[in-house]
Unconditional design. Structure first.
Length: 96
C-alpha cells in the first residue's frame, strides 16, 4: 500500500459550510473504506492548512478518491507521496 499525506485547505464554499466539515470528513472516511483506502490519521490544523490527512491505498484508487473530494468544491488539496524509513532504505539501496 502507498502512503499519502494530504494537506487540505477550505475553499470559500467549504469555509461557509465549515460546521458541516466533520460530517463531510466522516463521509470521506466511509467512501475511502469502501474503496479499500485506509485513513490513518486526520487532524484539523491552524495556519497555512486547515486539515492534514494520512491515507494508505493503491495509487490509482487513492488518487481517484482525492480527486473526487476536490471535485465537490469544499476543499483544495496538495498530496505528497510518503515513504517509511524501511521503504527509503530499500530505495537508497538501489542507488548506483
Amino acid at each position: 500500500m502507498t502512503t499519502f499525506i494530504t494537506l487540505v485547505n477550505f475553499t470559500d464554499q467549504g469555509i461557509r459550510n465549515v460546521k458541516e466539515s466533520p460530517d463531510r470528513f466522516e463521509a470521506f472516511k466511509a467512501a475511502a473504506e469502501k474503496l479499500g483506502v485506509t485513513v490513518k490519521s486526520a487532524l484539523y490544523t491552524v495556519g497555512q492548512y486547515d486539515m492534514m490527512l494520512i491515507v494508505e491505498g493503491e495509487d490509482e484508487t487513492a488518487t481517484a478518491l482525492l480527486l473526487k473530494v476536490g471535485s465537490l468544491g469544499n476543499v483544495r488539496t496538495q498530496t505528497l507521496r510518503a515513504f517509511s524509513v524501511d521503504e527509503m532504505r530499500k530505495i537508497i539501496g538501489q542507488m548506483p
